[in-house]
Design a protein around this ligand. Structure first.
Ligand SMILES: NC(=O)C1=CN([C@@H]2O[C@H](COP(=O)(O)OP(=O)(O)OC[C@H]3O[C@@H](n4cnc5c(N)ncnc54)[C@H](O)[C@@H]3O)[C@@H](O)[C@H]2O)C=CC1
Ligand SMILES: O=C(O)C(=O)Cc1ccc(O)cc1
Length: 305
């Protein structure tokens, strides 16, 4: 049996449109409705036939939904849920796809205290945004982390888990706090470093105009992909996961200072040891099949690639 029959998606960008496409493929009898605050995105959603009904008002998208999936930037999730509260059926389940969970859980509990909420984070995405960037297989073979409250209804958690499994994801459950510490180091800090390094290079005026672009086949090119990620989304991530990111940034700065010292003192052994350890980490990721097949997808679809 399908976990849900009527799914409403609020926010029809990269993730919302990918959820819509994946639902269409894996659960074709599900009735899909959608809403986006941006009229241009709504028009695109209609043109692409992403959902059965694109509503002009947020409330109209959710009136008969049994699952509402909030696919808006992290900083907007609480307010969007609050705006929908009066229009949602009493037995609805609300989930979200936000990249950080502790602050979002607090905002949702405040905005819709009587509604069943099962937060989720599909750890799958790209540097692109908008409805045309999405694709049905985005979640296939990727983790989706659920972060239900300790007193969440087990049946609601099981249904949301089954929803993501049907979209192709492997589902894991953890606390929002643990999620935010893990993602701070595996996702948020790497994005911050990419934004920083690309910013540093572009500040070196003399180099920027020509040579950074000309010779960007090196490591820099990989950073530019990440640093092309959506500014609104990532501003919200860093403001929302502030504490965990600051903690990991502190550790990173210390480790970077050690590397600086090793280079200054010509300590080749220290450099070699670290690079050997990091190479092993990459190899174990590849062996576990967690390397980024999507990266190749992105490149092959990237006119600049
Ligand atoms: N981009 C990625 O790789 C991943 C993103 N996420 C999370 O997914 C969520 C959505 O991100 P993307 O789809 O990448 O962004 P996106 O920018 O492609 O789409 C977000 C959509 O939300 C709409 N929106 C913004 N405020 C709204 C509001 N108040 N009411 C209705 N619609 C509103 C925007 O118009 C936009 O179309 C974020 O919370 C992000 O943290 C999760 C996993 C991966
Ligand atoms: O494009 C990439 O490399 C990503 O890391 C995509 C991504 C961005 C945010 C998430 O919360 C999960 C995945």
């Amino acid at each position: 049996m399908l976990p849900f029959a009527r799914v409403a998606i609020v926010g029809l960008g990269l993730i919302g449109s990918s959820v819509a496409r994946a639902v269409r493929q894996s659960m074709p009898t599900v009735r899909l409705s959608g809403y986006d605050a941006d009229p241009a995105v709504r028009d695109t959603a209609i043109r692409l036939g992403l959902v059965d009904d694109v509503a002009d008002q947020a409330g109209a998208a959710v009136t008969d939904a049994d699952l509402v999936v909030l696919c808006v930037p992290v900083g907007a999730i609480g307010a969007v849920a609050g705006d929908l509260a009066a229009d949602m059926p009493a037995d609805v389940i609300v989930t979200d796809v936000g990249s950080c969970k502790t602050e979002v859980a607090r905002a949702l509990a405040e905005a819709i205290p009587t509604v069943t909420v099962v937060p989720a984070h599909p750890v799958a995405g790209t540097e692109r945004s908008g409805p045309e960037a999405g694709f049905a297989t985005l979640f296939a073979g990727r983790w989706c982390i659920l972060t239900p409250a300790a007193d969440a209804e087990p049946l609601a958690v099981a249904r949301v888990g089954e929803f993501w499994r049907r979209l192709g994801a492997d589902v894991e459950v953890m606390t929002p706090e643990h999620h935010d510490r893990v993602l701070a180091v595996t996702s948020h800090l790497p994005h911050l470093i990419a934004y920083s390094i690309v910013g540093t290079a572009s500040d070196l005026e003399a180099v920027t105009e020509s040579e950074v672009i000309k010779y960007s086949a090196g490591g820099f090119r990989d950073f530019t992909r990440i640093a092309a990620s959506d500014p609104t989304m990532w501003r919200d991530v860093f403001l929302s996961n502030r504490e965990a990111v600051l903690e990991m940034l502190g550790r990173f700065s210390e480790d970077l200072a050690q590397l600086q010292r090793a280079i200054r003192w010509g300590d080749g052994d220290a450099l070699f040891d670290l690079f050997t350890r990091t190479r092993a980490i990459r190899r174990s990721i590849v062996e576990q099949g967690q390397d980024d097949a999507r990266e190749d997808f992105g490149r092959s679809h990237d006119p600049a690639g």
